[in-house]
Design a protein around this ligand. Structure first.
Ligand SMILES: Nc1ncnc2c1ncn2[C@@H]1O[C@H](COP(=O)(O)OP(=O)(O)O)[C@@H](O)[C@H]1O
Ligand SMILES: [Mg+2]
Length: 199
């Protein structure tokens, strides 16, 4: 499966999602993460890793040669792709995963992304709600209800907001390599999304 994680907005959890979905897919079959963001966030994540990541990370320029050895490929992408870039990203994958946080600015960017995709005739995309603030805040549920009512294709589960994701990024790790129950709960958020992907 070829997945592309993309969005018109930065800071919505694209890289965190690409890294963790690649980690999940690697538990099933050899998986490659292709860094297609000139900021090289995924490459940096790997560089901070002491014991390495469980999957291989390559630059987009290396991906054609290396990619044939992998069952699953996950592309991380830059923020603010233009329309043409979004089109080629969509045409290069089986499914585009579009992360959005539940706040208004992110949802607006999501809607603009989806409008652009629809205008391009792209149908294979699914929205992932990320960085969902904890109860008693209801932002996650409110965003889900609104997007659902407006017919947006959504992953049934979302990703909670948690410090362990920042710690994982700082240390170049996957949350399931961190100790503690909290880290495991957060890993399960991405496992559920991964299970939905391969179902
Ligand atoms: N579920 C989460 N909970 C808390 N912080 C998160 C979560 N996902 C991502 N972050 C943090 O939010 C920031 C943006 O995430 P990142 O994955 O780099 O987004 P993008 O690639 O879209 O710019 C980073 O500091 C990251 O550690
Ligand atoms: Mg990023």
């Amino acid at each position: 499966m070829i997945l592309t994680v993309a969005s018109l907005k930065g800071g919505v959890g694209k890289t965190t999602t690409a890294i963790h979905l690649a980690a999940y897919l690697q538990t099933l079959a050899p998986t490659l993460l292709v860094d297609n963001d000139p900021n090289k966030s995924a490459t940096g994540w790997q560089a901070r890793s002491e014991n390495g990541l469980p999957f291989r990370v390559v630059d987009v320029n290396q991906s054609l040669k290396v990619g044939r050895d992998y069952e699953h490929v996950v592309f991380d992408t830059k923020a603010r792709p233009d329309k043409g870039e979004l089109q080629t990203l969509a045409e290069g994958c089986d499914l585009m995963v579009i992360p959005t946080t539940p706040d208004a600015m992110s949802i607006e960017a999501l809607m603009a992304t989806v409008e652009m995709l629809k205008g391009l005739g792209v149908g294979q995309f699914k929205v992932l709600i990320t960085i969902i603030p904890p109860y008693p805040e209801r932002d996650g549920e409110d965003a889900r209800a609104m997007l659902d009512a407006n017919g947006y294709p959504l992953f049934a589960s979302g990703i909670r907001e948690a410090k362990v994701f920042k710690q994982a990024s700082l240390r170049g790790m996957i949350v399931n390599q961190l100790k503690g129950q909290r880290a495991e709960i957060c890993w399960q958020d991405y496992v559920r999304v991964g299970e939905e992907l391969v179902a």
